[in-house]
Design a protein around this ligand. Structure first.
Ligand code: 8YV
Length: 321
């Protein structure tokens, strides 16, 4: 069995490092003082990359330095930071970590929805700050009777919808296509879905195709009693327009796990009382992050054992047959 050279640009979990060290010659880019010189010397031998969004963009500029590259194993279901089309053009397979995080992200989404509508963080602060003694916490809005619009009914969207079924609220969706096996009403535009909804939950993948899908028109259609929950990517929402809508009360509230420039969260969002702000923790339990890391390892091991990629992304399908 040969020992392929792998590049890891930014640190991943210790268990992932240990598993990759056991099977590959793993090069840790972040430990190098002169990364450009290091890449120039080691780049031609690199056959695989294990990477997470912490590194920044993975695109032609990196591929140019790795002429023997066969596979990029990305941590996370979303891989909008990887130019998977440019990779495919060079015959490089890209893998992600779908499936293992669906339920975790769906759980978090429900938690964020309830926290936002029933104002749980605000209520927690109210108790901690000793304000309860001065009177009861103000009545909150309710989830009861709300119509929920899911933008992006993929695996995670469906896991969210299943949970919402149990809450006894109506669910509808928008996506690129109507899905034949789904009972929920379909709307062919975000604005039409927003008009028919009191909550929009955004679970669509990030990237150029969904940039600012939630714009001024969508928020206007959602209306003054409307709640926005975003657990996908900050790029999907026009953040400046969202801040304005929250400040002016043209929507009621927002629960956000993702932002335009993470980890920078605009002061304007922090200052608002009608936002619940999480630090991109949709999949961030120890167990689920371990499963995602294991899937990165499994993809690389399977590929270099000659058994193909386990979870290639859509853009790589033509390469894996
Ligand atoms: C991760 C995610 O936080 O899977 C995704 O797409 O957004 C998250 O699970 C991220 O990919 C890595 O930090």
């Amino acid at each position: 069995m040969d020992t392929p050279d792998l590049l890891m640009p930014a640190p991943m979990a210790p268990a992932v490092l240990a598993a990759l060290d056991a099977r590959f010659r793993l090069h840790r880019l972040w430990e190098q003082d002169d990364r450009t010189a290091f890449l120039a010397s080691i780049g031609p031998r690199i056959r695989g990359v294990a990477v997470s969004p912490a590194f920044g963009r993975v695109d032609a500029a990196l591929f140019d330095r790795l002429p023997a590259l066969e596979i990029v194993a990305s941590f996370g279901v979303g891989y909008d930071y990887v130019d998977a089309a440019a990779a495919a053009e060079r015959g490089v397979v890209v893998t992600n970590t779908p499936g293992v995080l669906d339920d975790e992200v769906a759980d978090l989404t429900i938690g964020l929805l309830l926290a936002t509508v029933r104002r749980l963080p605000q209520a927690d602060r109210f108790v901690r700050e000793g304000r309860w003694r001065d009177g009861p916490f103000p009545l909150s809005p309710t989830l009861r009777g709300r119509r929920i619009g899911i933008v992006g009914l993929g695996h995670i969207g469906k896991a969210v919808a299943r949970r919402l079924d149990a809450f006894g609220v109506a669910v509808a969706y928008h996506g690129r296509h109507r899905q034949a096996d789904v009972i929920y009403p379909y709307y062919d535009s975000v604005v039409a879905l927003a008009e028919a909804s009191d909550v929009l939950i955004v679970v669509v993948p990030g990237g150029a195709g969904t940039r600012h899908l939630i714009d001024a028109a969508a928020l206007h259609a959602l209306g003054p009693d409307g709640v926005l929950v975003n657990v996908s990517r900050g790029s999907v929402v026009d953040q400046a327009v969202l801040i304005e809508a929250l400040q002016e009360g043209t929507i009621l509230a927002a629960g956000l796990d993702v932002y335009k420039d993470e980890p920078d969260v605009p002061e304007a969002l922090v200052a608002l009382d009608n936002t619940v702000l999480l630090p991109h923790i949709g999949s961030a339990s120890a167990e689920t992050r371990a499963a995602m890391g294991q899937l990165v390892v499994d993809n690389l091991v399977s590929w270099f054992d000659g058994n193909g990629a386990v979870t290639p992304v859509a853009e790589s399908q033509s390469l894996v047959g």
